[in-house]
Design a protein around this ligand. Structure first.
Ligand code: UT7
Length: 338
């Protein structure tokens, strides 16, 4: 039994902040940001827009596409969902309620279980595997939504040029369905690798707000913000990307030439260039849209999948790798036959 991605969707805030816009506010330049990261702009959610708002829009767009494909109404599809799983570093609320529950209600997915997962930029990779496992555990389950949604502009430190330039807001989603055996060969989610190295936890953190450092307000207790040891995360990311690709190839006993496209987490174009060099494969094998959206953490891979899907660039039979890495530290990859 496998699962297939039958539809994708995304939500991108209209407000776009270019590198030059940022250079007017903090000590940076378009040239530095482009040459060190490949980022040209990022989209920023309006005040009052939270992760669940972007997630809901991405989910509705996904259901609309699934409706075209299946002939069922969006409403019927929402009601047929068994699970909504949402990866986010910037949920609406810390702890409770989950952002997935807010989406579940607004979507009308009243038969779906709903939960958030915290796996930072690897959230979508973790979420897809967990949703597939959930469906495969019980034949009465059939459909799930996997969402990555972030409003990173709320936790960016706008006084720290080392991190402020990196992040953007957005959401992406996929609708997955049990794949009935059809004798047409293996399709759908073929294999997943998931991993973590908690010893690197401190290299990427939002320190305040949890039970370790509860937010008190006032005095030195500034707002929540992302703190990162960029060099440490960079080194981890190149290794994680390279080794996850190698491990997926080895486990499936296929060559890189069998892979149509690799969709990496969009953290830094230089991470991809370094991995391509180590693996001795052309950079063109990797899909990059970081120039437009910057790093949207758990949302970056489903946004990229939706861009490719809606552009007609994912063809039946294509072998796709999605590879994530980030806070935790976490990493993982999915091998999908489209
Ligand atoms: O999605 C989660 C995963 N996150 C990542 O994968 C991020 C991984 N890390 C990175 O992508 C890179 O380490 C960064 C893009 C964060 C930083 O690039 P770097 O080449 O490692 O730069 P650096 O931190 O070593 O800084 C080099 C110089 C420093 O100046 P000095 O000390 O050499 O004078 C920085 O102060 O560049 C300076 N700098 C900047 N200059 C202009 C740092 N940020 C900026 C900036 N504009 N925005």
């Amino acid at each position: 039994m496998g699962i297939e991605i039958i539809a994708t969707g995304r939500a991108i805030p209209a407000k776009k902040l270019t590198n030059n816009d940022l250079a007017g506010r903090i000590d940076t330049t378009d040239e530095w940001i482009r040459s060190h990261t490949g980022i040209g702009a990022r989209h920023i959610a309006d005040e009052g827009v939270a992760a669940s708002d972007l997630a809901l829009e991405a989910a509705q767009n996904t259901l609309a596409l699934a409706a075209e494909k299946t002939g069922l109404s969006g409403e019927a599809l929402a009601q047929s969902l068994d699970l909504i799983i949402l990866g986010s570093t910037t949920p609406d609320y810390y702890g409770v309620p989950s952002t997935a529950c807010i989406v579940q209600d607004k979507l009308g997915a009243r038969n779906a279980a709903a939960l958030d997962i915290t796996a930072a930029c690897t959230g979508f990779i973790y979420g897809l595997e967990l949703a597939a496992g959930f469906i495969n555990m019980d034949r009465s389950r059939k459909r799930a939504l996997v969402i990555g949604a972030e409003v990173l502009s709320r936790v960016a430190d706008w006084n720290d040029r080392g991190t402020a330039v990196l992040f953007g807001d957005g959401a992406g989603a996929v609708f997955i369905e049990r794949l009935e055996p059809s004798g047409r060969g293996q399709r759908g989610l073929v294999r997943t690798i998931l991993g973590a190295d908690g010893s690197g936890a401190e290299s990427l953190m939002i320190k305040r707000g949890g039970s370790r450092h509860p937010y008190q307000g006032g005095g030195d207790d500034g707002p929540l913000r992302v703190e990162m040891d960029g060099r440490a995360v960079y080194n981890f990311a190149v290794k994680a990307l390279t080794e996850t690709i190698e491990r997926l190839l080895a486990k499936e006993d296929i060559s890189i030439h069998d892979v149509t496209r690799i969709i990496p987490h969009q953290a830094n174009a230089r991470i991809v260039q370094a991995a391509a060099k180590r693996l001795n494969i052309p950079e063109s094998k990797f899909f990059l849209n970081i120039e437009e959206y910057a790093n949207t953490s758990a949302a970056s891979i489903p946004i990229a999948l939706d861009e490719l899907n809606r552009a007609g660039e994912l063809k039946r039979g294509d072998v796709i790798m999605t590879i994530g890495f980030g806070g935790g530290l976490t990493y993982g990859g999915n091998l999908i036959i489209w």
